[in-house]
Design a protein around this ligand. Sequence first.
Ligand code: ADP
Length: 546
Amino acid sequence: MSAEEASLRDLLFGATEKSDRRTDSESARFAETSHIPENAAPEIRVLLYRLFRKTQPFYVTDATGALLCCSESFTRISNRFMDGLDTLVDLVTSARMAGGEIRRSDCFDDQGTQRHFSSTHFPIYSDQGTLLGFGGVYEDVTRQVETAQKASHIESWFQDVVRSSSDWVWAIDHNYNLSFVSPRISEILGEPPQSLSGRHLFAMGDFTADDPLASRTRQDMEVRAPFRGRHFVLKLKSGEERHVHLSAVPVFDDDSGAFRGYRGTGTDITLRVQSQEIIEASRARLEDTYAELRRRNEELRISLDHAKVSESTKLEFLAMMSHELKTPLNSIIGFSDAAIHRVHGPIVGPYASYFENIHTAGRHLMGIITSLLDMASLERQSPTIHPNKEAVEHLIEEAVQLADPGAHANDLDLSGLLPKTDLWVYCDHLRARQILINLVGNAMKFTPAKGKIGIDVETRPEGMVAITVWDTGIGIPSDKLPRIFEKFYQVEQNIPSRGGAGTGLGLSISRHLARLMGGDLTVTSIQGKGSRFTLTLPGESSGRTA
Ligand code: ADP
C-alpha cells in the first residue's frame, strides 16, 4: 500500500466516529465495494463514505454497466443477487433496452427478516445526450408491504365472514347511496351488486310506518345516530316485498370528522313476518269462530231454557191432568166394581158384562195414568229413596200377589213365581215392589197361553242380589233390546198376549228406580223363546246399610 493510499485511509477511516469505526479489513472491503472514486479529494471521500453508509441502497455504473459507486446498503442487497434476484448486469441491460426507467419490486431475506424493496433503474445521459452510465435507487417498502398484506388479510377475512353470514352487510355514503352490498342482498333482490351500487337507500324501500321505532329511523339518521333492528320493507322489481331488520353505525372521516355514511347489517325477516301474518289471520279466524260458537252457544242456551220451560210446563201439565183424571177414574173403578159385585142389587141383561168392561178399561187407564204420574215426578225431581233391609222372599210374594197372576192361573204355568230364599236386600220397599210388579206384569202380558213364568234369586259378586223374572213368551228381537229401557218405547209388532197395550214407560221408570237404589235392571231375551229381566239390589254383604 502506497503512502498516499495509507494517508487516504487514515483520512477516510481514522476520522470516523467511534460508532462508525470498523476493522481494517471491513473498511477496506467497503472502500473497495462501494467504489468511492480513488481520485476524489479526501474530504469528499469522507463525506461520501458517511453518506453512503446512511442512505437507502443506490448504485451508479458507467455506460458499460461496471459499478462506479454504491451505498453500503446496496452492497448488502447485491450480495443477495446470487439468490435469484436480477443481477446488476440484468438491471442495466433492462434499463438500456427499455431506453428509460424500469421498476422492480424485490424481496429478500435480511438476517432472518423479510425485507421488501421497490427500485427504479434508469440510464444517465450527459447534457449532450451521451449515455454516461446507469443508476438505480431502492426504497425499503417493507412496512408498506406488510401493512398492505395485513389489510388484504383483513379484507379476505371480512369477505369470508360476509359470504358465510346469513345476514346482509351493506354501506351507504353520506348521500345515503349504496357503496357496498354483500352478495346475499343482490341474490335476494335478483340484481347484481354492481347495479345496486350507487342506488339510494330509500329508492329501494323504507322503514315501516307500522312500527313506531322503525318509523323514526330517518330522523335518527339525520342526527347520525346508530340504530339497531329497525324494520325495513324492501320493494323488489317483481312487486314483492321483503322484510329486513336493519342495524347500522355512522362512519366519520378519521381526520376531518366529516360524516361519511353508514355501515351495517340486515337480517331477512320475511318468513317471520309472513308466519306472523298467517298466525294473525288464523287468530282472527279463530276469534271469529269462537265468537260464532259463543253466539250459537247462547242461542242453544236460550233454546234449552225454552225447552226446559216447555218440558217442565209439559210435565206439570201431565202431573196435573193425571191427578185430575185419577179422581173420576177411581169413582168409575169403584162403582163398576160395586156393580159387578151387585152391592146395590141385581143387574139385568147385558149390563153385567158392560160393567166388567168398564172396570177392566178403568183399571187399565189407571195403570197408564199412574205410570205417567210416576214418570213426571221422576223427571221433575229424583224421588226420595228410603232404603231398608227387606226379605227378598217377602218382597216377591207381595209383588206377585199385587200383579194378580190369578187371572191367568189357568192358561199359564206360574209354579216358579214364588221361590224359597232367605236372602235380604237393602231397598226402598215400595219402589222395589213397584219394579217387580212391572216385571211380573210384563211377563204375563207377553207370554201366550201354555207358557211359563217364574222368578229366580241368586247372589252376585260384590254382595249384590239378583232377582230374575223370566218367561217363555214372545221375547224381544236382539236389535230392539238396546232401546227397551227408553221412555215410551214399545217393540213394534210385539203384540201383548193379554192385558192390552201399555205406555212404554214401565221399564224406563223401573231401571231409573233400580239405579237410585244402588242396583240395576238388565235384560236378556231371545225372540220367540222368552225373556229374562234381572233386578240387582245391594245384598246384606254389599257393605250397604239401611
Ligand atoms: P209397556 O209394557 O207398558 O209397553 P214397558 O216399558 O214395561 O212398557 O215395556 C216396554 C216394551 O218392552 C213393551 O211394550 C214390550 O214391547 C217390551 N217388553 C217388556 N217386557 C217384555 C217381555 N217380558 N217380553 C217381551 N217383550 C217385553
